[in-house]
Design a protein around this ligand. Structure first.
Ligand code: FAD
Ligand code: 2HG
Ligand code: ZN
Length: 454
């Protein structure tokens, strides 16, 4: 690989070969995937991305695109010595001058940066989750990230109005016209969203913003069964258009968080199951809630904490949000991110721990997730040496219950061997054809979504 040519095209301050720097971009957030790369490129404009990809395509140099490198499925790691393209330096953003409810963002802008700009205009961005300070717009578009507020605003796909991207052949496609209605053939924002960097590098997007809620109320329930938690989830979904989050976790995860972060117990640890619900909307929603069905639910429960200001709410949220970090502090878990139809969720949750322990009695599964979406995160510690078998059996179980093997983290490299559980041969063949059209030399994120073995 003649990196000097690339330096000549872009300038020396865009291409870095320092081994320590390159190494610091070569492993994934979970530490499961460790790669190596000849160099890292930091383009600063769409034209520069186009120049890099044209050069790579001509020279058949495989690349891995990276945003914040917070992905959970090994998609942003150069496992086979690919060149890393980091989008971090493309992070400009501004409120659109054609529509004040849209934000125009370069791919490397983080979720927090978008949220802050939106907030200063009395608006919010609809996607939010724990990695907000590092995860980028490009990465979240590539993975169609979900997060904490999907039931209110939808996934990332629902936020994108327009997208600009560069194909594997170096061609700039898409636009930033910001038109809410634009039925001119195939819809690139939809196609590129969730394509995990296998079709094109997203360079910029126009994103929809939403009115900032005036009032927010967070409820944390201490419960004793999954059924109770799912009944309250259902009541929240039905009762009030202002529901914005329903998050489920269990005593085992709470015990770990208490240990790692020295947090207080909840209700002296007498419950097994916890549900955090958040409502956000116009002024007066708290009173409205208390007068309606949710008020009746609250009266029927003995263990409920209610937070109506930011600090109290954050105190409740930390019991949910710290799961990922607390688990990672103990080892490298097998991470599964699945959706179940709501009617099968209780069955799944009641069976899954036993199922894992039957495969490996030494394993330690932690379960938490977004209950209203039927999206559960299963983090299994100490599953070696049965990681593969565990993954296969759990994913087969999910499919047998009509669920999905990837809810919001994507397929990446981690789940590529299981794509056939969800997609039939005709679909996978079509995936290959679409990939060929966008990336004829197959240089973008090799083995992501479709591995060379399936
Ligand atoms: P990266 O990790 O850098 O990349 C992810 C994938 O996108 C890779 O395949 C990469 O090649 C590709 N990619 C990156 N940038 C581009 C681009 N500009 N163009 C094309 N392809 C690109 N995810 C959720 O969905 N919901 C959650 O609630 C959630 N919570 C999380 C909490 C924590 C603590 C952590 C660490 C992660 C969490 N994630 C969650 C996972 C992760 O943050 C998301 O997958 C996020 O979308 C990744 O963004 P990123 O910028 O870090 O992308
Ligand atoms: C969450 O909902 C994230 O907290 C991360 O999607 C899940 O760590 C995980 O498995
Ligand atoms: Zn999640």
């Amino acid at each position: 690989m003649h990196l000097a040519e690339l330096e000549g095209l872009l300038g020396k301050d865009r291409v870095y070969q320092d081994p320590d720097l390159v190494q610091s971009y070569s492993n994934d957030w979970t530490s499961r995937y460790k790669g190596f790369a000849p160099a890292i490129v930091f383009p600063q404009s769409t034209i520069e991305v186009s120049k890099v990809l044209s050069w790579c395509s001509m020279n058949r140099v495989a690349v891995v695109t990276q945003g914040g490198n917070t992905g959970m499925v090994g998609g942003s790691v150069p496992l086979n010595g690919e060149l890393i393209i980091s989008m971090k330096r493309m992070n400009n953003l501004s409120i659109s001058n054609t529509n004040k409810n849209h934000i125009q963002a370069e791919a490397g802008a983080t979720i927090s940066e978008i949220q802050n700009l939106a907030s200063s205009h009395n608006l919010v961005y609809g996607v939010d989750f724990g990695a907000r300070d590092s995860a980028t717009i490009g990465g979240t578009i590539a993975t169609n990230a979900g997060g904490l507020n999907v039931l209110r605003y939808g996934t990332t796909r629902n936020q994108i109005v327009s997208v600009e991207a560069v194909t594997g052949a170096g061609r700039i496609v898409g636009n930033l016209n910001g038109l809410e209605k634009d039925n001119t053939g195939y819809h690139f924002p939809s196609l590129l969203c969730g394509s995990e960097g296998t079709l094109a590098i997203v360079t910029q997007a126009k994103l929809r913003l939403w009115p900032k809620p005036e009032e927010r109320v967070t409820l944390l329930f201490g419960l004793n069964t999954v059924r109770e938690a799912l009944e309250i989830t259902e009541a929240c979904i039905k009762s009030n258009g202002n529901i914005s989050a329903c998050e489920l976790f269990f005593q085992k995860g709470l015990d770990l968080i208490k240990e790692v972060y020295s947090l207080h117990p909840l209700w002296e640890d007498k419950h097994s199951t916890y549900l955090l619900c958040e409502f956000a909307g116009p002024g007066g929603i708290t009173d409205e809630l208390l007068d309606g069905e949710i008020g009746r639910v609250l009266q029927s429960q003995e263990s409920v904490l209610v937070a109506t200001n930011h600090n109290d709410s954050q105190r409740l949220w930390q019991y949910r949000e710290l799961h990922t970090l607390a688990i990672s502090s103990k080892g490298i878990p097998l991470k599964l991110d699945v959706t179940l139809p709501l009617q099968n969720l209780e069955y799944f949750l009641n069976k899954i721990e036993r199922k894992c322990q039957e495969i490996n009695p030494a394993c330690s599964p932690y379960i938490f997730g977004h209950s209203a979406d039927g999206n559960m995160h299963l983090n299994i510690l100490y599953s070696e040496p049965t990681v593969k078998k565990m993954e296969e059996k759990v994913l087969e179980f999910v499919v047998s219950l009509e669920g999905s093997i990837s809810a919001e983290h994507g397929i990446g490299r981690a789940k590529a061997p299981y794509l056939h559980l969800q997609r039939n041969e005709a679909e996978i063949e079509l995936f290959r054809e679409i990939k060929k059209a966008f990336d004829p030399k197959a240089i973008l994120n090799p083995n992501v979504i479709i591995s060379s073995d399936n």
